[in-house]
Design a protein around this ligand. Structure first.
Ligand code: THU
Ligand code: ZN
Length: 287
């Protein structure tokens, strides 16, 4: 058994890089085949890899999460704390993992594993997902439970008579009044079109570029209970960190928000961006 786990570690070490933020279904299949383990066991072994990505200047407490999409892909997440910023800017590992899945076009989450018990906010955040009723939650290697067992009698989209859930595929049809060939703005527009804001109708998306030419998108992921919502820049920065990049590498950031939104995305994005970079926030309105 010890020998086996050493081999497993070697295989994973050889396959994963610092840049690995998700595994495609085919890669998952190949890995479990080579390692002769179950997907659940693979997920368990990925958790420390996910947790390593955490940025925790305040708590020094690294949390790792891995979600399993309907596609069979696996998405890594870790917590991110922003130095000298209010605690509410903190991104939880579970949120990071979901933002990662959304940015890769995932349309549902079957299960989520995490190294520490999900806090109340995360349980609430996850209850927004279109698969919340049947989604399994696993803490470390303990027995998995269904999300509703962790959040009985919860407050969700139904309480506000909203039918659309997080990860449902509904394009919002936003476009620019004057089309632009600004590539980053168009990516942020695409993200805004896939953002989830059925309550305040304040759709928004972000695109973040790094010096090496990579682009990361982030979607506004709203929650029925408002506060646990994930802001577009939080999602974009989280995706960037999961992919092994760091804030110092950011070279350009564009926020796209719909006009007449009741939520102001600009101020929050500016203040969060200022805390980690001197790059200015470029803002576009869409209609
Ligand atoms: N944390 C998570 O990432 N997920 C949870 O649900 C529990 C708490 C993080 C937030 C903060 O960065 C650190 O753990 C201490 O609370
Ligand atoms: Zn949490």
């Amino acid at each position: 058994m010890r020998r086996r786990s050493k081999i497993d570690k070697k295989i994973l070490d050889g396959f994963l890089t610092r840049e690995t933020s998700f595994l495609m279904a085919e890669e998952v299949k190949a890995l479990v085949g080579t390692m002769r383990i179950s997907v659940e066991q693979l997920v368990e072994q990925l958790l420390p890899w996910a947790a390593e990505k955490a940025i925790v200047p305040a708590s020094r407490f690294k949390v790792g999460a891995v979600s399993r999409g309907s596609s069979g892909n696996l998405y890594l997440g870790a917590n991110i704390e922003f130095k000298d910023m209010p605690v509410y800017t903190t991104i939880h590992a579970e949120q990071a993992s979901i933002a990662n899945a959304v940015s890769h076009g995932e349309t549902g989450i079957k299960a989520l594993s995490v190294t520490a018990p999900p806090c109340g906010m995360c349980r609430q955040f996850l209850s927004e997902l279109n698969t919340s009723a049947e989604m399994k939650i696993q803490v470390g290697n303990t027995e998995a439970v269904l999300l509703p067992q962790l959040l009985p009698r919860g407050f969700g989209p139904d309480n506000l008579d909203v039918r659309f859930k997080l990860m449902d595929e509904v394009s919002k049809g936003f476009s620019f009044k004057n089309p632009t060939d600004d590539e980053l703005a168009n990516k942020a527009l695409e993200a805004a079109n896939k953002s989830h804001s059925p309550y305040t109708l304040s759709h928004a998306g972000i695109a973040v570029k790094t010096r090496n030419g990579q682009t990361f998108i982030g979607h506004y992921l709203e929650n029925a209970a408002y506060n646990p919502s994930m802001l577009p820049l939080q999602a974009g920065l989280s995706n960037l960190v999961m992919a092994g990049r760091n804030f110092a590498e950011i070279s350009d950031v564009v926020l796209v928000h719909g006009q007449d939104a009741s939520v102001n995305h600009v101020e929050a994005a500016q203040s969060l961006l200022r805390s980690i970079s001197s790059v200015p926030l470029r803002v576009y309105k869409a209609e």
